[in-house]
Ligand binder design. Structure first.
Ligand SMILES: Cc1cc2nc3c(=O)[nH]c(=O)nc-3n(C[C@H](O)[C@H](O)[C@H](O)COP(=O)(O)O)c2cc1C
Length: 419
């Protein structure tokens, strides 16, 4: 960014800060008049302040977790369900994301999830919601469900995230997800509604614009509304997942700086695939943390490798064993949860079709992986044991008996600990 445009941005931010402070002052004066004139409203205000105090404490908890973590798994619809979230936790991720729950279906979704939470407890999840501005105008209807969830399962949901980035026609085309970026007044309205109506910290995940660069205007809104965290995927919505996000990391730096001044945690996202890109993204965007999307779809240990908790090159026995453990976790979860929509599909089939998405991109760059994928394509998917056999024989054939023995040894040790 050139010196003059940087100055311009700084000026905008200064104006924004001034505006925010005037806004607060006038709000304060209004509240003072109200207190003096009406006793009843005073009680409401006190209640409101105590909620704000609680909110402040919760934001502090979230922000502490986030800044310790520095690398988050980004939400991936159809992937980030319980088995992946649990695998991520096993490999050290503290915070995980639950993707794309439509605001209108939130009450039913929460009820279902509460039943599951009794069997599969979870902690520190960011629950992502989406909808059009007009759906959010009815947000108050869902409050009791959210409050009930928070009370019954403390620290399970630690933030509500507003999706302002999903580009898919069935979402953005209806004005939800990245559709909110087509009319920034709606984005502002949605963020305000959610922030004013929940005791949970609110975060926003967005893109840098819909068809064109709009992040200056988006940042203006976010600095004004001050969510707890802003996560930016540095692509335009129309680009979907193509083009380079990494070339644009540096473009958000000035805005992130201004956000941080307001106490907003910043998170950069897009094209982070290894430790080098993770560190570069943090530096170029001047970001507090980073989120990894598609790189999660290989080994469930990918995030731990990128963050440096595990080495970049994993021994094949460990990768294979992790995959088998992830398969066991997946099957266990799907088999124990009711298949609600399609009675013709068994829970084992559901588990396998979920797992298939990961196994195809497993063992990237490993010796003999092409042969493994060929065998995978021919596999009779009716039995889980066939799949485990295939993974075992891939290790034995390409890496030898010793590697195979280590895998079996590790698996028997871990599964013994599980049971
Ligand atoms: C299959 C898939 C599903 C996704 N689902 C969501 C979602 O539900 N919510 C969301 O905010 N982003 C979603 N994303 C976007 C990712 O979170 C992330 O922003 C994007 O993939 C860019 O990061 P990456 O380059 O590391 O993959 C999805 C992306 C993919 C590929």
């Amino acid at each position: 960014m050139s010196g003059s445009s940087e100055r311009k941005v700084n000026e905008t931010v200064k104006n924004l800060n001034q505006k925010a402070s005037n806004h607060n002052k006038s709000n304060y004066n209004k509240s003072r008049d109200t207190i003096q004139s009406e006793q009843k409203k005073q009680e409401v205000l006190v209640g409101d302040l105590s909620t704000k105090f609680r909110l402040h404490q919760q934001c502090h908890h979230l922000q502490k977790l986030l800044t310790v973590e520095r690398l988050l798994p980004a939400p991936l619809a159809e992937y980030s369900s319980f088995p992946l979230r649990e695998a991520l936790r096993l490999f050290g991720s503290v915070v995980t994301w639950i993707p794309l729950v439509h605001i209108r279906s939130l009450p039913y979704w929460i009820k279902d999830w509460q039943n599951l939470l009794r069997i599969y407890p979870e902690k520190n999840c960011i629950l992502q919601i989406h909808g059009r501005a007009e759906d959010f105008r009815e947000f108050h209807k869902h409050l009791s469900y959210i409050e009930d969830l928070v009370k019954s399962f403390p620290n399970t949901v630690i933030a509500l995230d507003i999706n302002a980035g999903c580009p898919m026609p069935k979402i953005a085309g209806k004005g939800s997800g990245a559709g909110l970026l087509r009319n920034l007044n709606e984005l502002e309205e949605v963020v305000k509604i959610v922030m004013d109506n929940t005791s949970l910290p609110v975060t926003v995940k967005c893109r840098i614009g819909f068809e064109n660069w709009q992040f200056d205007k988006i940042a203006e809104i976010l600095i004004k509304t001050r969510p707890a965290m802003v996560c930016v995927h540095t692509r335009l919505a129309v680009e979907k997942y193509s083009g380079s996000a990494s070339r644009r990391w540096h473009l958000v730096k000035t805005y992130f700086k201004a956000m941080k001044k307001e106490g907003i945690v910043t998170c950069i996202n897009g094209d982070i695939t290894d430790t080098a890109t993770f560190l570069r993204a943090l530096a170029e965007a001047g970001s507090d943390l980073a989120a990894v999307g598609r790189a999660q779809i290989s080994t469930p240990a990918a995030i731990a490798q990128i963050s440096g908790r595990l080495p970049n090159k994993l021994p094949i026995w460990f990768e294979a064993a992790s995959l088998v453990l992830f398969l066991i976790l997946t099957v266990n979860y799907f088999v124990r949860t009711e298949s609600s929509r399609n009675e013709k599909v068994t829970n084992t089939q559901r588990a396998l079709s979920f797992f298939k998405r990961f196994v195809w991109s497993a063992f990237k760059g490993a010796r003999g992986v092409k042969g493994f994928r060929r065998e995978l394509a021919k596999l009779d998917w009716s039995k889980i044991s066939y799949l485990i056999e295939l993974i075992f024989s891939f290790v034995k054939t390409n890496y030898g008996q010793e590697e195979y023995n280590r895998m079996i040894e590790y698996l028997s040790k871990v599964t013994r600990e599980f049971t």
